[in-house]
Design a protein around this ligand. Sequence first.
Ligand SMILES: [Zn+2]
Length: 550
Amino acid sequence: MTNDRPADLILSGATVHAGAGAGTDASPGPADHVAITAGRISAVGTATEARAHAGPNTEVLDVRGAMVVPGFQDAHVHPPHGGLAELRCELHELLDADAYLAAVAGYAAANPSATWILGGGWAMPAFPSGTPRREALDDIVPDRPVFLVNRDGHGAWVNSRALELAGIDAGTPDPSDGRIERDAVGAPTGTLHEGAMDLVGRLAPPATQTDMERALLLAQRRLHAFGVTAWQDAWVTPPDLEAYRALAGRGELTARVVAALWWDRHRGLEQVDDLVAQRERGLVGRLRAATVKIMQDGVSENFTAAMLSPSLDAGGRPTSNRGLSQVDPELLRAAVTRLDAEGFQVHVHAIGDRAVREALDAFEAALEANGRSDHRHHIAHIQFVHPDDVPRFRRLGVVANAQPYWACHDDQMIDLTLPFVGEAAGWQYPFASLRRAGAALAFGSDWPVSTPNPLREMEVAVERVSPEARDRDPLRPDQALDLRTALDAFTVGSAFVNHLDDSTGSIEVGKLADLAVVDRDLFAPDSGPVGDAHVVLTLVEGAVVFEGAP
Ligand SMILES: [Zn+2]
């Protein structure tokens, strides 16, 4: 350190996981102290080294037995949705259809003046074929429209009143970017997939700016409690951006936030000028809106993932359905090339192997047209990756942005994916192959789709088994990562994709003191499953943003 000012805080006695890329020394000596001065890390080392930084006013926090790690960074998360869910009819933590219906009934009774019942978080496996029906809601709420988005955000459960308001009946065609679930005679049954959600959703009263700010603060509190100090918000609409701006302007945004501005798939390249204007507005405090998010397909469970091969029917025979490319591949190439030239980072949602390929093709087109950039474009989800496409990530400099919690035999995988995807079942979540091929890896939770707890997410990356069902067989165990790689993906890897790796993502002298303290040494042989560990302290620039007992 260049100044001799004493440390404000010393974390003493913990194992320090400095993180890959820390310093110039790949394997720094054992450290059990971190000193923090004016928001930055001023020393990492032994007790003797740390004591040299102590002054009369230095606070020393004994965290013996714990582990200090770089603050986690979530490379793909939806805090506005997660926070709003907490303000509305919240189903995420519930387990089955009966519990959902009881919660809806309770919410409707508690909010008699709400003109709409809004909320969500239901899981597809709770219903036959993953598609709940309107009648169950009609019995509880016959007179007000109900619109409940599912856990992955790709479908909604509605009642008859909502369908009636939207004028959806047997004669309504499916929109080009979605599907209305129907019975044998074509009548809507109560589930709307992908773009069909908008037919009802656009009629619902939008959240107010005050609601959005409250939602973001709730989400931030939750994420800090899991040691998250920075994130990339993977779907930022103009109202979301205004809420972030307000919080950042008032100094209430304690997290570092990269806002991925939403690409409207119903518009073309003319929207780039609007995105440039939003980017200018989105540079306030710890907020930076220099990314554009493009959703290239849907999800596997409702057959809207864009696949190279057709999906199978229940009898294992090929259908004619290869899912949806939500942006025409030619437009995608043009859009990515233009956004790259404008200096944006592009973040593409791709689940199916065809969507992944279309995204890579678009990044290749941008590279050919504009040359190499340091924009650190990324593809999120990467559920199915054709083996031929694995090496292209490194070649094109595209970051693999994975949501590791899904890489296991959960009910969704067993009931709604494996029976219908044929050979591609074996190409799922190829994290180890991507690493071996030299791809940069970042991790995110996609909360509220999945838990925002990075430690539980990492357990799946390491074990390929869900912490909810540890007795099941692993999914493609050859694609498991070691814990160090998983931890790096959630820290320095995500910091890289967030363009925050210069100042955060590892524990090095001079970097910002964005840190998490975990209740055990994650690498100790007797530490148990990583998903059972707990964050007990979270710091942003040395300031406590979460403190709790395990
Ligand atoms: Zn997402």
